[in-house]
Design a protein around this ligand. Structure first.
Ligand SMILES: Nc1ncnc2c1ncn2[C@@H]1O[C@H](COP(=O)(O)OP(=O)(O)O)[C@@H](O)[C@H]1O
Ligand code: SF4
Ligand SMILES: [Mg+2]
Length: 317
């Protein structure tokens, strides 16, 4: 197993109180797979990704749990060996490329500098070769690689970000809403690029998104999050065939094109809870059409419903 997250809890300790952004979250990710993390905005998806990268910003802090990469607990590791894993064997693609690129550096220099800082032993020639090969794979021409970030379109900038996440040859890539700021045509191109790079670079991919359509198209397995908690974990196909958790059902029904034709577009009434004061019991109970007494005061537990499927819901145990 490449990555195992075990009972991970992460909170932001704000002046207004503790926001439990991720609560008792577990997942196992097999090498070579694409796993989706899906949920509405504010459900803790990015915080989870940042924790795996080791860059949860203050006032956020990992409260408990383990993150095992190749069997080693990242949360217990010394600084130096950890530096060789995070950023190198694990890397991340963010939603907004403009803020992550340096406006006064051309595109090619972003790549060269990344190599120089993290792999100083790579010779100049080899470095240049690696950058050139990757730029070609990204569809960025030699001429354009001397341009500056502001001369690039949103889609081209996202290509650059994907490349920067790959230049150190990581095994695991976490893509956090990688296409959210793009129009649908460019989005489709970036998704194709991700798919092809995944194959050629033997990547394991964690795709974080609020977009259920992307999950259906890109992932092998999916973890549905609500208010920081795992609601359902399932092979993607089975999840769409028969969602088990009522929250998953509501989430899928809110997306018209995934559902069989003829079905009306519905959405989930109400709002996700404020994580500073989430409701007791199942956090979805104020919005859940199936909620019963137990849901209002008993915390969720994981139940293995069938092979490879785990659900957190009192209807199942
Ligand atoms: N910098 C921060 N300071 C305080 N609370 C935060 C911060 N970032 C996130 N949170 C809290 O964590 C929750 C989850 O945020 P996030 O992981 O960004 O969710 P998602 O990526 O699913 O939209 C938010 O609803 C908020 O309560
Ligand atoms: S535990 Fe209860 S409230 Fe939560 S999803 Fe299941 S039925 Fe609905
Ligand atoms: Mg996010």
């Amino acid at each position: 197993m490449l990555l195992q997250v075990q009972n991970l809890s992460i909170s932001y300790f704000t002046r207004r109180g503790e926001a439990k952004a991720v609560k008792n979250f577990s997942i196992e990710i097999e090498e070579g797979s694409t796993v989706g993390i899906v949920g509405e905005s504010g459900s803790g998806k990015s915080t989870l990704g940042l924790a795996i990268m080791g860059i949860v910003p203050p006032p956020g802090r990992i409260v408990s749990g383990k993150i095992l990469f190749d069997g080693e607990d990242l949360l217990m590791m010394e600084k130096e060996p950890l530096r060789r894993i995070r950023g190198r064997r694990i890397s991340m693609i963010f939603q907004d490329p403009m803020t992550s690129l340096n406006p006064v550096k051309n595109i090619r220099d972003h790549f060269s500098e990344m190599l120089r800082v993290h792999e100083p032993n790579v010779s100049k020639d080899e470095g240049e070769n690696r950058v050139a090969t990757l730029l070609e794979e990204l569809g960025i021409s030699k001429e354009r690689s001397r341009d500056y970030p502001h001369q690039f379109s949103g889609g081209m900038r996202q290509r650059v970000m994907i490349g920067l996440a790959l230049i150190l040859n990581p095994g695991l890539v976490i893509a956090d809403e990688p296409t959210t700021s793009l129009d649908v045509i460019v989005e489709a191109q970036i998704l194709e690029l991700l798919k092809s790079l995944k194959r050629t670079h033997n990547l394991t991919l964690i795709l974080i998104t609020h977009n259920v359509g992307l999950i259906a198209e890109m992932t092998d397995r999916v973890s549905v999050m609500y208010a920081g908690q795992l609601m359902e974990l399932s092979p993607t196909e089975k999840l769409f065939e028969r969602p088990l958790n009522p929250y998953t059902q509501a989430l899928l029904q809110s997306v018209p094109h995934v559902m069989a034709s003829g079905q009306a577009l519905t959405w989930i009434p109400g709002f996700p809870p404020n994580l500073l004061s989430p409701p007791p019991g199942c956090p979805f109970h104020p919005r859940c059409p199936y909620a019963f007494d137990k849901c209002k005061n008993v915390e969720l537990q994981y139940t293995k419903v069938e092979e490879e499927r785990t659900v957190a819901c009192h209807l199942y145990g």
